[in-house]
Design a protein around this ligand. Structure first.
Ligand code: MRU
Length: 385
């Protein structure tokens, strides 16, 4: 009998390099480590390898473009905001390695690396959002007549700012989210929009963590989230480590628990929200939203403005990542659980229709229907800040 396969053994494009495994972290709680960290002096990004959780807590270093690309594609680092931060640090480190005084050449090398990193995952808009922000800084510095050395410094600052903002944004989402629930409520979540998907607090988990600090005594239910089990491996893991009362559910159990009246609110994260409020999030999210509507449970999307893509009119235009069939047929099992040659449908995300969403919780407040108007108001508030 073989050992259950991990993501790394399934997909690794590059051979595992022992020098990249930095630390066994089993002595500390997962919440004490940073999801994504820049080690500038070592020309590396340090991440928690999320494909190994919950069995092994390990930090790994990413140095090359291929290592960063693989880490994002393989979900070693995952969750829309964390992907954005990793890409920002990545493009900074890769640009830093370009030895030239010629700004035009520096920009052309930057663009190549940016496009490469941007191709690692298509749905989470934070990836292209963060890379575009970094590009904006580079071009602004060029207009000002800066040197390549100065541009590198500006890129470093911007990448650090993207990370710091993420922490602040998640906390604010938590504060707004907390106004939507009351002590003792049952809260359901799907996938992992937790600390592991961001730099702190998470988005969907931010109200839960703040409630935990303030003694709200929530009862949280985490969907296991087939096929990659982010709910079981990551959400249940990090909430349990934080001392939250969390119960794990298989994906097909949420209707039963809602029918029993145990859920007062649902908080999920998102990978991209269109201008009309349609929301792409982990596959299965729209099933939860549909069931919630049947049982009258409010379904909230927690969305940093960095995940709202006002350039897309509706969710029909959001690109949906398709992943390998083996994630469904074999991964995590000790033996294959489907006949050889079977056709497999494996989209990583689905789109929840805006009319199933009770509110979109951003760092500037809770947007309500009609989202075509309220999301514009949220961005107007952002402009003013
Ligand atoms: O494929 P994943 O694990 O990256 O999917 C993550 C999600 O669907 C999250 O809910 C989303 O990225 C928001 S994370 C704050």
């Amino acid at each position: 009998m073989t050992v259950a396969a991990s993501a790394a053994t399934f997909y690794g494009n590059i051979p595992e390099d022992a020098r990249n495994r930095v630390k066994d972290m089993s002595d500390k709680s997962i919440l004490e480590y940073e999801t994504v960290e820049l080690l500038d002096d070592e020309n590396a990004i340090r991440i928690i390898d999320q494909t190994l959780l919950p069995g092994r807590q390990e930090l790994i270093l990413l140095r090359t473009a291929e290592e960063i690309w693989d880490a994002i594609y393989l979900l070693k680092v995952r969750g829309a905001p964390a992907i954005g931060v990793c890409a920002a640090f990545g493009i900074y480190l890769l640009s830093k390695q370009t030895e030239t005084e010629d700004y035009e050449f520096f920009v052309s090398e930057f663009e190549k690396k940016k496009d490469y990193l941007d191709s690692s995952r298509p749905t989470a808009v934070n990836l292209s959002w963060a890379l575009r922000r970094m590009e904006g800084v580079l071009l602004e510095m060029q207009k000002k007549g800066a040197s390549v050395k100065e541009a590198k410094q500006a890129l470093l600052k911007e990448a650090i700012r993207i990370k710091e903002e993420d922490i602040e944004v998640c906390r604010r989402i938590g504060e707004f989210g907390l106004t939507l629930v009351k002590p003792g409520d049952g809260i359901l979540t799907h996938c992992n929009a937790g600390q592991l998907a961001t730099c702190k607090y998470g988005t969907a988990t931010a109200p839960i963590y703040l409630g935990q600090e303030r003694g709200y005594g929530f009862h949280v239910y985490a969907d296991e989230t087939r096929p990659l089990l982010q709910g079981a491996r990551l959400t249940a893991y990090e909430l349990h480590a934080a001392g939250v009362d969390v119960t794990l559910l298989c994906d097909n159990m949420s209707a039963s628990i809602m029918k029993q009246g145990k859920i007062q609110a649902i908080f999920v994260g998102c990978d991209r929200v269109a201008a009309n409020g349609d929301t792409a999030n982990k596959i299965g999210t729209s099933v939860v939203a549909t069931v919630a509507a049947r049982y009258g449970v409010p379904f909230y999307v927690c969305a940093p403005t960095s995940t709202i893509d006002m350039s897309l009119e509706s969710g029909d235009l959001i690109p949906i990542e398709q992943r390998k069939p083996e994630e469904v047929t074999e991964m995590w099992y000790t033996q294959r659980m489907a006949p050889e040659g079977i056709k497999v449908y494996n989209p990583a995300f689905d789109v929840t229709d805006h009319d199933l969403i009770a509110g979109i919780v951003t760092e500037f407040g809770v947007a309500r229907a009609p989202y075509t108007e309220s999301l514009k108001e949220i961005f107007a508030l952002k402009e003013k800040e």
